[in-house]
Design a protein around this ligand. Structure first.
Ligand code: C5P
Length: 221
C-alpha cells in the first residue's frame, strides 16, 4: 500500500499477552500470539507512521522500522504505553491484558507440602489501561482504539463495551468455534462512537489492520 496517509504521525500499539507472576517460575497468562498487533505495526510503518510497539511476551520478530518496547506484566505494559502515548496521535490496544494478577508474589518457588492441600491463589484487579487512556488523553485529538473478544451477542456487548471503555473505535472479534488466537486470519466488526459499523470479512490480519488505519486516518484528518 503506497499511500503514506500516516506520515508525520506517531502511533502506539500494544500486542501480545501479559504474564502475571506467582513465583520465579510460574505465571498466569493467556494464549495471545501478538500477530494482530504486529500486523498493525507493519501496516502502520508501511503507511508512513512512526510506530512504537509495546510487545508483551510475543515470540514474533521485531517488525522492521518500529520501535519495540518489551514488557511482561500488565503494570509494565501500562507504564510503557502511557509513556509512549504522551505524544501519540493514536493508540491501539491490541494486547490481551490480564484482568487480574496474583495478590502475592513468592520470591522462592512455591512448594507442595506432603499431606496438605494447596493454598488458594488470591487475585487483585489490574488497572484497565484502555479505559484510563481514553479518559485521560494528553491532547483532545488523540484517537484511542480497543479490541474485544466476545462469544455471544457480539454487537450488543461490543456497543456496551465501547461506551464503558470510552474509546473511539472498538474492534470486536467473535471467538469460539473458529479460533482467533494464534491464527493468521481474523474477522471482526469495528464499532465507532458515531454509530458506524465496519464489517471486516474473514481474511488476513493485515486486512483488518489496514481497515483500522483507514478509520484512524479519517478521524485524524
Ligand atoms: O474488558 P476487556 O478485557 O474485554 O477489554 C479488552 C480491551 O481492553 C483490549 O483493548 C485490551 O487491550 C484492553 N484492556 C486493558 N486493560 C485491562 C484489560 C483490557 O487495556 N486491564
Amino acid at each position: 500500500r503506497p499511500v503514506a496517509d500516516l506520515a508525520g504521525r506517531h502511533v502506539v500499539i500494544s500486542a501480545g499477552g501479559t504474564r502475571e507472576p506467582l513465583d520465579p517460575v510460574r505465571f498466569l497468562g493467556n494464549r495471545s500470539s501478538g500477530k494482530q498487533g504486529y500486523a498493525l505495526a507493519r501496516t502502520a510503518v508501511a503507511r508512513g507512521a512512526r510506530v512504537t510497539l509495546v510487545a508483551a511476551n510475543s515470540e514474533l520478530a521485531d517488525p522492521a522500522g518500529a520501535d519495540v518496547v518489551r514488557v511482561g506484566t500488565a503494570v509494565q505494559l501500562r507504564e510503557a504505553v502511557l509513556k509512549a502515548a504522551a505524544d501519540a496521535d493514536a493508540v491501539v490496544m491490541a494486547a490481551a491484558v490480564a484482568d487480574f494478577r496474583p495478590a502475592h508474589y513468592a520470591t522462592g518457588k512455591i512448594k507442595k507440602r506432603d499431606g496438605q492441600e494447596p493454598d488458594p491463589i488470591a487475585l487483585v484487579r489490574n488497572p484497565d489501561i484502555l479505559a484510563e487512556l481514553s479518559a485521560d488523553r494528553p491532547h483532545p485529538g488523540q484517537i484511542v482504539v480497543g479490541f474485544a473478544a466476545e462469544t455471544d451477542d457480539v454487537l450488543a456487548n461490543g456497543r456496551a463495551k465501547l461506551a464503558r471503555k470510552g474509546c473511539d473505535l472498538l474492534v470486536v472479534n467473535e471467538v469460539g468455534e473458529r479460533k482467533t488466537f494464534g491464527s493468521e486470519e481474523n474477522e471482526a466488526v469495528i464499532l465507532a462512537t458515531d454509530g458506524a459499523e465496519t464489517i471486516i470479512p474473514h481474511g488476513p490480519k493485515e486486512d483488518l489492520a489496514d481497515t483500522v488505519w483507514d478509520l484512524v486516518a479519517t478521524r485524524l484528518a
